[in-house]
Design a protein around this ligand. Structure first.
Ligand SMILES: NC(=O)c1ccc[n+]([C@@H]2O[C@H](COP(=O)([O-])OP(=O)(O)OC[C@H]3O[C@@H](n4cnc5c(N)ncnc54)[C@H](O)[C@@H]3O)[C@@H](O)[C@H]2O)c1
Length: 252
């Protein structure tokens, strides 16, 4: 699809999980709209390959969002490189598939550590910078339709995304007085590698599609459009909410 928007001209953004899927789409569209991106991802090599030759606009930093030390160093590196940060897109995430009875402590903790604790660590580092510099910025968190509904074997994921949506409210409440907005968006099942397991399993795929009134999975570009709106000045009176983008999945 072709979009004619210029909402991020000169804006410095951070995107976590920028090397693949929704984060890759988001980073590309932020640059198309005139922005600069500090692109963070655990997969350092994939990240570099994805944005090779575009170093004037995209600054890549290998980072594990579940580690506060790694996050603090990465955010500091982006601030040193571009001078400041206007917008943060917390996108890094993992799914994890284990039943309640079979989940190990390590599996449960990893999903919560990356999706929920990671969102907190990166938000705190960036928000401290924005408040300190008087930047009236914005944070867009990636929640999920799974913050509202559950499906078999993804309990830790739903719990983490429910946490992201409530964290978004909490952060929005505390940041409003600084002129900083904090929003979230909640994609439904979208065509990226974390849903390969669902989309390639005929039984599970049919079960998911049956619950999506629009009868299809979402494209990364469609999710990205919502994130870009929420992070832009067009959404200047929006804060604290999670905008579901799910083909109607949450209506059931
Ligand atoms: N695809 C969907 O159907 C869907 C639906 C709802 C929400 N989401 C959310 O969208 C976000 C992006 O997912 P995606 O579908 O693009 O998946 P993806 O696997 O294609 O991309 C996720 C990215 O996050 C990175 N990442 C994982 N752990 C990390 C860590 N500890 N530190 C830094 N980076 C890390 C990965 O390397 C990868 O590049 C996730 O938060 C996911 O939960 C996806």
């Amino acid at each position: 699809m072709y979009y004619e928007h210029h909402r991020y001209v000169g804006k410095v953004c951070i995107v976590t999980g920028a090397a693949n899927g929704l984060g890759l789409s988001l980073t590309n569209r932020l640059v198309e709209e005139g922005g600069y991106v500090g692109a963070l991802d655990l997969e350092g090599d994939t990240l570099k390959k994805a944005f090779e030759g575009r170093e004037d606009k995209i600054f890549c930093v290998q980072c594990d969002v579940s580690s506060k030390a790694s996050v603090d160093a990465a955010v500091a590196a982006v601030i040193e490189h571009f001078g400041h940060v206007d917008a943060l897109f917390n996108n890094a995430g993992i799914i994890g598939r284990q039943s309640l009875l079979d989940s190990t402590e390590e599996q449960w903790r990893r999903v919560i550590d990356v999706n929920l604790n990671g969102t907190f660590f990166v938000s705190q580092a960036v928000l401290r910078h924005m408040v300190d510099k008087g930047i009236k910025g914005v944070v867009v968190n990636t929640s999920s339709v799974a913050s509202q509904i559950v499906s078999p074997n993804t309990g830790a994921y739903s719990a983490s995304k429910g946490g992201v949506s409530l964290f978004t409210k909490f952060a929005a409440l505390e940041m409003a007085k600084y002129g900083i907005r904090v929003c979230a968006y909640g994609p439904g099942t979208s065509v990226t590698r974390i849903t390969d397991g669902t989309r390639n399993n005929p039984e599970r795929c049919a079960m998911f599609l049956q619950n999506i009134p629009m009868g299809r999975f979402g494209e990364p570009d469609e999710a990205t459009s919502v994130a870009l709106f929420l992070g832009s000045d067009e959404a200047s009176y929006c804060t604290g909410q999670t905008w579901l983008e799910d083909g109607g999945n949450s209506l059931f």
